[in-house]
Design a protein around this ligand. Structure first.
Ligand SMILES: Nc1ncnc2c1ncn2[C@@H]1O[C@H](COP(=O)(O)OP(=O)(O)OP(=O)(O)O)[C@@H](O)[C@H]1O
Ligand SMILES: [Mg+2]
Length: 423
C-alpha cells in the first residue's frame, strides 16, 4: 500500500512576497509556472519550513518576513498548514513507537514574530509553533510533515563549507528521528553555555571545575548525534549507491564518508593517534563508547579550549565527504558531476525517509528539471509520479511532456498570487 502524508491546505501571511495566500493543495504532482521573481522558490521554501522550521537555503529567518511589514512595531509572519495522512498498515509504523497516525496533529502553525528587544531600535525574532492550536516547542515538529527539497544550487552542499553538509544531515535526521531533534536542540544550548564559560575562563574569571557539568551534558548529546549521523550516512550511502550507478550509467560509484570532528576510534583507549582515515566502521561503535571517549578527550584538550575560549571538538564541527570513484568531489568534482551526486543523495533521502517513517515525503523540486539531460529528467519524473505529492516549479512548460501536464495540476504564479494555469 502506498502511504504518505500530504499538504492539504496552506495559508501564508507576510511570508517573503506572499502578503496573503490561501490555497488547497491536491495529491499527486502540481506544476507551478511563473516568470522570475514571482515567488516559486519562496512557496516551496514555505512548505519545506513546515518540516522543522528551518529554511533549506537561508541562514537568517528574518529574511522570511515580508520586508514591507518591517516598519511595523511587531511584524508577524504566519505559515499555517493542514496536513492529512492516509491510514497505514501496522507494519509500516511498528518501528516508530511514538507514531500513531490517527492521533497526530493535523494543523501546523509556525509564527515568526519580530518584537522590540530591550534596547531601543533593536528587534528580536521569536518563533512560535502551534500544533492543532496548542503551543509547542519547535522540536515537536519533528516527523509531522516530511519533505525533501531539490534546489538548482544543491551542488553547493558539496562545494561549500561544512555547515552546508551539516545542514543537509540535520534536515534529514530531524525529520526522521525525534530523539535526534531533541539532542540537536539540547546540544546547541549546552554548547553556547559551555562556550560562554570558556570565554570567561579565557579572560581569567570563573571556576574551571564548572566545566565538568557542561562537559558531561555535551558528551551525552554529542554521542546521540554522532551515532545517529554515522548510521544515517551509512544507510544513505547504501541507498544512494545504486541510484548513482543508474544516473551515471555505471560510470561512477558514490561513497559518503563521515568525518566526525571527534572520532571515537582515533581516541579510544590504547589506540591514541590512529590516523583519521583508519578503516574503522563508525557504525559499530556504541553510544556509551562515544560519550566516554569524548569526555576523556575533553579533559585532555581543556587547556587548549580555555586558551581559545571555545569548544573545539564535537558535532558542531562535523563534516562528511562525497567520493566518486574514490575521488573527493569537493576538491575535484565538475559542476555536472556534483549536481548528479547531490541528486543521488536527495533521491536516497526520499527512500530513506520512507524506510524510517513509513511515509513517502512530499517532494519539492525547484526548477531542477531544466538542469538535467533528457534521460535523467525522465528518471526524476518517474520518482515524482511515484510520490504521494510533489510540487515542481518551472519558468516555462518547455521541458514538460504533454502526458505529464495532463496528469499534473497546473498553476501559475504572478507576484505572490497563485491561480489555475488554464491551458
Ligand atoms: N522578505 C521578503 N519580503 C518581500 N519580498 C521578498 C522577500 N524575500 C524575497 N522577496 C522577493 O520575492 C520575490 C520572489 O522570490 P523567489 O525567489 O520566490 O522568486 P522565483 O519565482 O523563485 O524567481 P526565480 O525564477 O528567479 O528563481 C523576489 O522578487 C524577491 O526579491
Ligand atoms: Mg526561484
Amino acid at each position: 500500500m502506498r502511504s504518505g502524508m500530504h499538504l492539504a491546505h496552506l495559508s501564508l501571511t507576510n511570508f517573503r512576497n506572499f502578503v496573503r495566500l490561501e490555497k488547497d493543495f491536491p495529491i499527486g504532482p502540481t506544476l507551478l509556472v511563473g516568470a522570475n521573481a514571482q515567488g516559486k522558490t519562496s512557496l516551496l521554501e514555505a512548505i519545506h519550513y513546515l518540516s522543522y522550521a528551518t529554511s533549506p537555503h537561508t541562514t537568517n529567518d528574518r529574511q522570511l518576513i515580508n520586508f514591507l511589514t518591517l516598519q511595523e512595531t511587531t511584524p508577524v509572519t504566519r505559515i499555517v498548514a493542514e496536513v492529512r495522512r492516509q491510514d497505514r498498515t501496522f507494519e509500516a509504523v511498528q518501528d516508530r513507537p511514538f507514531d500513531v497516525a490517527q492521533d497526530r496533529p493535523q494543523r501546523i502553525e509556525i509564527r515568526l514574530i519580530l518584537e522590540p528587544a530591550g534596547v531601543v531600535g533593536e528587534q528580536r525574532l521569536r518563533k512560535e509553533v502551534l500544533l492543532n492550536g496548542i503551543k509547542r516547542r519547535v522540536r515537536d515538529l519533528a516527523g509531522l510533515f516530511n519533505a525533501v527539497m531539490f534546489l538548482p544550487q544543491d551542488m553547493y552542499v558539496i562545494e561549500g563549507p561544512p555547515s552546508e553538509r551539516r545542514r543537509t544531515l540535520n534536515d534529514a535526521l530531524t525529520q526522521a528521528d525525534p530523539t535526534y531533534a531533541d539532542a540537536l536542540s539540547e546540544y546547541g544550548k549546552v554548547l553556547s553555555q559551555r562556550n560562554a564559560l570558556l570565554k570567561q575562563l579565557q579572560e581569567r574569571n570563573g571556576d574551571p571545575d564548572e566545566l565538568s557539568f557542561w562537559d558531561e551534558q555535551l558528551c551525552e548529546y554529542a554521542a546521540t548525534l554522532v551515532r545517529a549521523r554515522a548510521l544515517a550516512l551509512s544507510e544513505l550511502e547504501n541507498l544512494a549507491e545504486p541510484i548513482h550507478q543508474d544516473l551515471t550509467r555505471g560510470m561512477e560509484t558514490l561513497r559518503l564518508k563521515y568525518l566526525p570532528s571527534y572520532h571515537p576510534a582515533t581516541y579510544s583507549e590504547g589506540q591514541i593517534g590512529l590516523p583519521m582515515d583508519t578503516a574503522v566502521d563508525l557504525t559499530s561503535i556504541g553510544r556509551d563508547a562515544i560519550r566516554s571517549g569524548m569526555s576523556t578527550t575533553l579533559e585532555r584538550t581543556r587547556q587548549e579550549e580555555i586558551a581559545r575560549g571555545m569548544t573545539l571538538i564535537g558535532p558542531h564541527r562535523d563534516d562528511f565527504s562525497f567520493l566518486a570513484n574514490a575521488i573527493d568531489l569537493r576538491l575535484y568534482g565538475s559542476r555536472g558531476q556534483n549536481r548528479t551526486a547531490m541528486l543521488s543523495l536527495k533521491l536516497a533521502e526520499v527512500d530513506w525517509l520512507q524506510q524510517r517513517t513509513g511515509e513517502i515525503p512530499v517532494l519539492l523540486l525547484d526548477e531542477v528539471l531544466s538542469e538535467l539531460d533528457t534521460e535523467r529528467r525522465e528518471d526524476l519524473l518517474t520518482r515524482v509520479n511515484a510520490a504521494q505529492q510533489a510540487i515542481l516549479t518551472a519558468a516555462d512548460l518547455g521541458m514538460f511532456h504533454q502526458d505529464f501536464c495532463k496528469k499534473a495540476t497546473m498553476w501559475k504564479i504572478v507576484g505572490g498570487t497563485v491561480s489555475d494555469l488554464g491551458i
